[in-house]
Design a protein around this ligand. Structure first.
Ligand code: ATP
Length: 364
């Protein structure tokens, strides 16, 4: 149990449509992450699933039952917030026990469930303490404990790691993945952090201004983004987008003109593109980590204005003609590339993506 279906969900605040006709199935036991930039509607979507916000239109179905009109407590879900929402005057034990006390559960059941949750979360030795004496990571684990004791069909997480420092976030990512394996429950997790999405999710939903831009497994989104939005959002630093002109469509792909070089990219060309030939403007996408100093079958000269030497890799940023876009490249290790000096970089068309003028990917 723990299957969720969203059927044509819409949410408007006044005249502002923040979630637009979203349909989605989350499978039983799946770790599903909603990711997207600030304001894309991911928290609103989660809050509608939780019952903290009404839908303007559409149905929310949990395990075959429409739950739109059910109170949050009757939906079989438990939600963990960024703010922890712990009671400072209560012990860790009482904080975790709180939902069971509200339900009027017997003392023995409360004790065994709280202790079991504390063990899963490595909080056994903290049960007598107050939240004020705990680290941020421990406080978040208490909040998760309070969700676990309710034994929900579906866990909902709203940016639960946002208040933690980078090292603790990395630890908690591993903890949450372990917890998901151990409990086998359906988990829906909202974040704007693509590393959290990529590392924890079975599948990711990328949201853009209230619309689903793509749903897929993490590496599917990285290797086969369906549009420039997903291509730019998944991957860090973001994919470079270079304007090119289509010169030929063949049985094996599309040939483009890039700064006078003819590059053949193996993608499927839609019939609509053929009718626009020749000269259709396209966008060539190449990830910074696919740029090399020689060896590729395409090259360009850039003048990096900023170089970052991180030890594990070397990152360069160079303005592109036109001035607004910045070209980024990531070279492995420490490389002696000075700033403000022209340099020839190369890449391979096998690593490239092509997008039409509406930003849709030509399938690879
Ligand atoms: P963030 O990562 O910044 O939380 P988000 O993707 O979770 O962003 P939401 O919190 O879902 O975005 O908000 C989506 C849009 O809806 C935003 O523009 C927000 O200002 C607006 N919004 C959210 N709640 C309300 C509300 N109660 N009344 C009016 N507008 C709202």
């Amino acid at each position: 149990m723990g299957q969720l279906s969203l059927k044509q969900i819409t949410k408007t605040f006044g005249t502002f449509e923040v979630v637009k006709d979203v349909s989605l199935d989350v499978h039983e036991g799946e770790f599903m992450v909603f990711v997207g930039p600030s304001g894309c509607g991911k928290s609103t979507l989660l809050r509608m699933i939780a019952g903290l916000e009404h839908t303007t239109d559409g149905d929310i179905v949990i395990d075959g039952k429409r739950v739109n009109d059910l109170a949050p407590v009757d939906r079989g879900i438990a939600m963990v917030f960024q703010s922890y929402a712990l009671y400072p005057h209560m012990s860790v034990f009482e904080n975790i026990a709180f939902p069971l006390r509200v339900e009027g559960a017997p003392a023995a059941e409360i004790k065994s469930k709280v202790e079991a949750a504390a063990q899963i979360l490595h909080l056994e030795n903290r049960l007598d303490q107050r939240p004020g004496n705990l680290s941020g990571g421990q406080r978040q684990r208490v909040a998760i404990g309070r969700a676990i004791v309710r034994e929900p069909e579906i866990f909902l997480f709203d940016e639960p790691l946002s208040n933690l420092d980078a090292a603790l976030r990395a630890d908690m990512r591993i903890e949450l993945t372990r917890l998901h394996k151990q409990l086998g429950a359906t988990m829906i997790y909202v974040t704007h952090d693509q590393i959290e999405a990529m590392t924890m999710a079975n599948r990711i939903v990328v949201l853009n201004a209230g619309d689903i831009a793509q749903v897929g497994a993490p590496l599917e989104l990285y290797h086969k983004p369906q549009n420039t939005f997903v291509a730019g959002f998944i991957g860090n630093p973001r994919m470079n987008f270079l304007p090119v002109t289509c010169t030929e469509v063949t049985g094996t792909g599309v040939t483009v003109d890039f700064n006078g070089q003819r590059l053949h990219v193996e993608v499927e060309a839609p019939a609509s593109l053929r009718s626009h030939l020749p000269g259709a403007p396209l966008t060539l996408g190449v990830r910074p980590e696919h740029i090399t100093l020689g060896g590729g079958n395409a090259s360009m000269t850039v003048t990096p204005s900023v170089m970052e030497y991180l030890g594990q890799n070397t990152i360069g940023y160079a303005p592109l003609p036109g001035g607004e876009e910045t070209f980024c490249f990531v070279l492995p290790g420490t490389q002696k590339v000075p700033a403000d000096t022209p340099i020839d970089v190369t890449f391979s068309t096998a690593d490239c993506h092509l997008f039409d003028s509406d930003g849709r990917a030509l399938p690879r």
